[in-house]
Design a protein around this ligand. Sequence first.
Ligand code: ADP
Ligand code: MG
Length: 614
Amino acid sequence: MADIIQLLPDHVANQIAAGEVVQRPASVVKELLENAIDAKATSVTLVIKDAGKTLVQVTDNGIGMSVTDARLSFERHATSKIKSAEDLFNLHTKGFRGEALASIAAIAHVELKTKTEDSEIGTHLTIEGSKVISQDPAVVPKGTTISVKNLFYNIPARRNFLKSNPVETRHIIDEFHRVALAHPNVAFQMLHNGSDVFNLPSSNSRQRIVNIFGSKTNEKLVPVSEETEILKIEGFVLKPEFGKKSRGEQFFFVNDRFIKSSYLHHAVASAFEGLMKNDIHPGYFLFLEVDPHSIDINIHPTKTEIKFDDEHSIYAMLRATIKHSLGQFNIAPVLDFERDKGFDTPYDYSKKQPTAPSIEVDRDFNPFKEKPKQGNINFPFKREQPASWESLYVGLKDESSAVSNLGDIEFESEEVTGSLFDTSEAETGQTTFQLQNKYIVSPLKNGMMIIHQNLAHQRILYEELLKNITVKEAVSQQLLFPLQLHFSKPDLEIIEKIREQLEHTGFIFSELKDETIEISGIPVLILESHVVNLLNQLVHDIKEEVPDTGFSQNDMLAKSMAASMAIKTGVSLNKEEREHLINQLFACKEPTVSPTNKPVFTALDVSDLDKKFM
Ligand code: ADP
Ligand code: MG
């Protein structure tokens, strides 16, 4: 048989390597910013267009490259940063693989302009899909500008795989934050589609944090500082009361390199023990310095993990140092550990005399009247309905189509449904009960139904919210004293983007500028005390683009709001609340599944039970 093995041509090898190094525009941003830092720049400008899909450009005033180096920099494994394997264990630069530029040039249109301090004239090089198109002398200032255009132009599958512009921009901003935080002495600027996103002058680390995350951050910071033989720790933690439910500002840097470490995160979190509730995460900006010999970063090119020789000591030191700082700065527990029930249940709003929704309320509609023409469920909960319920029955009109698909149990005709619930039992008062403050169990004629309270409530809220958003007729409760909330600039931008939809749910924003939001009205469905968490969660979800298929902004907004507003597991519900929830659930269009496609309830038939006793 003839020989069949061939060496891959360089451009193919580069394209394959690019698959690892460049996942999205943010990867290009990271590599270019790090190269600028390695080139000892004191000022770096990042320009992006269309979330980096059309253009990522980084300009620095660093050492620049000679004509030959400019050309070489795009070869694979071409680097000025290490010369031998030993150097790997004494790294003082971000880069060392010599892969980034070669990879980027394989999958984009790249332009490089660069000049060193001592040369009169610079060089201008264009390269597309690993092919050098031109290289000419050019009059340029000292330093380097690299423009990366049309990323993945020759890999359509990759290009199509990119997420929406807000999501890709979010990733870029994350990378920008990481590099900018690690190098406060370097001035950074970022522009997106021609407008300023960040303008960060050279400063110290505290000022850098404040310049990025907003002036309100300053008073939240508790300094942390410690130096031992093996480890130096500098930085800040956020005071416990500024912890967040969602993972927020959490930054570890080791020798100026951003890293992720759940192990070290745990060390910090445990230092906050007793100061914060379990589901709240502390915020921190921690800069660790260790001997470069004692770490190994030679793992995956895009991974942000790191291996320490002496992980246990670092853990212990970090924990002790933070505990010490918290103690020193007199951070007493300020959180109210008493759980505010109203926080979890929206039922209180019945006492707040909400304005009746002006839409889709059929005032003549009586949910307990027989409706012979419709395949409606006959609820067993006729007797204990509070009077105000009727106003909450928004959208009941079209439930004829609603209860068509109830999972295991089929409600096809009135004859079947009418007898489904065991009315006799309902009348004796043994209607429903709660299991583990999580499930509501309700007897059926032929068995029982087990309903997940949180998922059920999510479904109810989701449909209600989606309707409000799309019908655009909000029901607001005016606040006596407007709420003033503070957000970082990028977070505020996200809120600005969804402002209109939020207003349709009932929010009234009287002001939205700088880092402050003033809210003068909120949806009737929410408690005032819940607003901050809700908005934080929303911003977080949008950043993460949590939802699955069928994504649309309204849909995701409703899902996210429903998830954060719904009654949680662990909340005990009284009889009326349980029954109210069940009634509302089955007034929904799709009572069977939660907004995130999980089953909301399950039914156990007596025949299923019988099988267990055979
Ligand atoms: P690495 O950073 O791992 O060395 P890169 O592919 O990112 O690999 O860069 C290759 C080489 O190009 C670098 O080692 C450096 O010599 C040079 N280079 C890249 N960007 C710059 C820059 N902004 N200024 C000066 N030199 C640069
Ligand atoms: Mg590099």
